[in-house]
Design a protein around this ligand. Structure first.
Ligand code: NAD
Ligand code: KPL
Length: 304
């Protein structure tokens, strides 16, 4: 067994990773926000995972952030907007050779976290699907894959064995930044429109011109940002995802419907500021961002 895994964020993806690592015999400790959250976790007697109609409760050890010991390997599994604050709190606990896996969607939070900590930062992009049905109770809704990579150090870490042993489907890639951009582009072409039209992903088949226009602008941006692979076949893939997930609501739609803060700043916000930096006039993307911000304002949700 390799050294201890710390998992910050006992939410959907953090919980899913922690449960699978724990049940395969890895040494895992959850880092919870504060003593109250730790007390709530203790009352729940562990983390419950529902998977293929099987329900199991895993008594994964947990600690409150203010009482946590040294951290050498961390899975940072909070939302993008919470990641920099969590990283600042963890920074003093990180050991000299610490490694931190950043599981956030979108782009922007990873750079901010890397600036705040002295550790190897491993970027991740995941197509796994999980949601919280109650506190400390997670449903594994869709089996997916996680891509991991370090743009500064291409050598894979030895702990990938733990993921293998825990049946966490993954690959190490030297193209992680390109993969994150591609996912970001997919999310920007689909998620905001599903919110504005209040529809499932399949509902976007009624708005094909708008989707095509957004994909053209996103491809232009990806090229300008030096990500030609992420631009190749973007429109075709977006149409494939719309068809393959036609019956689903996008993650942003679900957030808005449940009155939860969205990760818009790390998706549309990031894309619009990258376009500005490259002096690209991407009219449709800017208009979409404005419409989405207005929609969030009128629904009492933050626009960042
Ligand atoms: P989540 O809201 O279910 O879980 C995040 C957890 O982090 C929460 O329990 C929250 O309390 C905790 N947290 C936040 N700040 C903290 C702090 N300072 N200390 C301790 N705990 C803290 O979120 P999620 O769905 O697991 O998403 C995490 C990231 O993964 C997001 O960027 C999301 O877009 C991405 N993602 C999620 C899925 C999915 O299916 N859920 C799939 C792909 C990518
Ligand atoms: O990742 C997604 C999401 O809903 O966040 C998909 C299904 C690809 C839609 O953008």
């Amino acid at each position: 067994m390799t050294s201890r895994w710390h998992v910050l964020g006992a939410g959907s993806l953090g919980g899913l990773w922690a449960a699978r690592l724990f049940r395969s015999g890895c040494d895992v400790e959850l880092i919870l926000r504060d003593q109250q959250r730790l007390a709530d976790y203790k009352s729940a007697a562990g983390l419950t995972l529902t998977e293929d109609d099987q329900v199991n409760c895993y008594p994964i050890p947990a600690v409150a952030l203010d009482n946590c010991g040294p951290v050498s390997r961390l899975l940072l599994a909070c939302k993008a907007y919470d990641a920099p604050a969590a990283a600042s709190q963890l920074a003093p606990l990180l050991t000299a050779n610490a490694e931190v896996i950043l599981l956030q969607n979108g782009l922007g939070s990873q750079e901010r976290v890397a600036d705040l900590i002295n550790a190897r930062c491993i970027l991740a992009s995941s197509t796994e699907g999980a949601f919280r049905q109650a506190d400390f109770s997670i449903v594994y809704a869709g089996h997916g894959h996680t891509w991991l990579g370090d743009p500064l150090r291409p050598a894979p870490p030895s702990w990938l064995e733990d993921l293998q042993q825990s049946q966490i489907s993954h690959d190490w890639t030297v193209d992680i930044v390109s993969r994150l951009w591609r996912k970001l582009a997919l999310n920007c072409a689909i998620n905001p429109l599903t919110v504005l039209y209040d529809c499932r992903n399949g509902g976007l088949r009624e708005h094909t011109d708008e989707v095509a226009g957004l994909c053209a602008e996103l491809s232009q941006l990806l090229q300008a940002c030096g990500m030609p692979d992420a631009a190749t076949g973007l429109h075709e893939q977006v149409l494939k995802v719309i068809n393959a997930t036609a019956a689903n609501y996008s993650s942003m739609h679900q957030d808005v419907r449940q009155k939860r803060r969205t990760e818009i700043a790390y998706l549309m916000g990031y894309v619009c500021s990258a376009a500005e930096q490259h002096q690209l006039q991407l009219t449709q993307l800017n208009e979409l961002n404005t419409r989405l911000c207005h929609y969030l304002d009128t629904h009492g949700l933050p626009r960042h």
